[in-house]
Design a protein around this ligand. Structure first.
Ligand code: 2BA
Length: 109
C-alpha cells in the first residue's frame, strides 16, 4: 500500500476530492499553510493500493492547475538598507506537490 500526500491549491480541492471519491478512492483533506507564501493551501492524504497509485497521481495532475501569484517583496532604495520599497513579483505556484510513501501497516478499526 502507498500513501499519496499532495499539497494543492485550495481552489482545486473540491474538484479533486469529488473525482477521487467518484473513482472509489478514500481521501482526507487537511488545511495547511505553505512555508514560503505563508498562505493557506490544502494537503490531501490518499491511502491506495500499489497498483492504483499512478491512477491517483494522474487524476491529481489532470485536475490541479499551476497558477501565477503576485507576491509583494521589499527592495532597498539606493542601497540604503534602512529604506525599503515594496514591489510585486510574479511566481508560479504549482498545481500539486506530490509525495508517494510506502505504508508499513494499515488498519481500520
Ligand atoms: P509555499 O511554500 O507557500 O510556496 C509557494 C510557491 O512559492 C512555490 O510553489 C514556489 O513557486 C515558490 N517558492 C517556494 N519556496 C521558494 C523559495 N525558497 N524561493 C523562491 N520561491 C519559492 P510550489 O513549489 O508549487 O509549492 C506549493 C506548495 O507546496 C508550497 O507552498 C508548500 O506548501 C508545498 N511544498 C512545495 N515543496 C515542498 C516540499 N519539498 N516539502 C513540503 N512541502 C512542499
Amino acid at each position: 500500500m502507498k500513501l499519496v500526500v499532495a499539497v494543492i491549491q485550495d481552489k482545486d480541492s473540491g474538484k479533486l476530492l469529488e473525482a477521487l471519491v467518484e473513482d472509489g478512492f478514500k481521501a482526507t483533506k487537511l488545511a495547511s499553510t505553505g512555508g514560503f507564501l505563508k498562505a493557506g493551501n490544502t494537503t490531501v492524504l490518499i491511502g491506495v493500493e500499489d497498483n492504483k497509485t499512478q491512477q491517483v497521481v494522474k487524476l491529481i495532475k489532470k485536475i490541479c492547475k499551476a497558477r501565477e501569484k503576485t507576491v509583494t517583496t521589499m527592495s532597498p532604495i539606493g542601497g540604503a538598507v534602512e529604506s525599503y520599497v515594496p514591489y510585486p513579483v510574479e511566481i508560479v505556484v504549482g498545481g500539486a506537490t506530490i509525495f508517494v510513501l510506502d505504508v508499513d501497516q494499515f488498519e481500520r478499526v
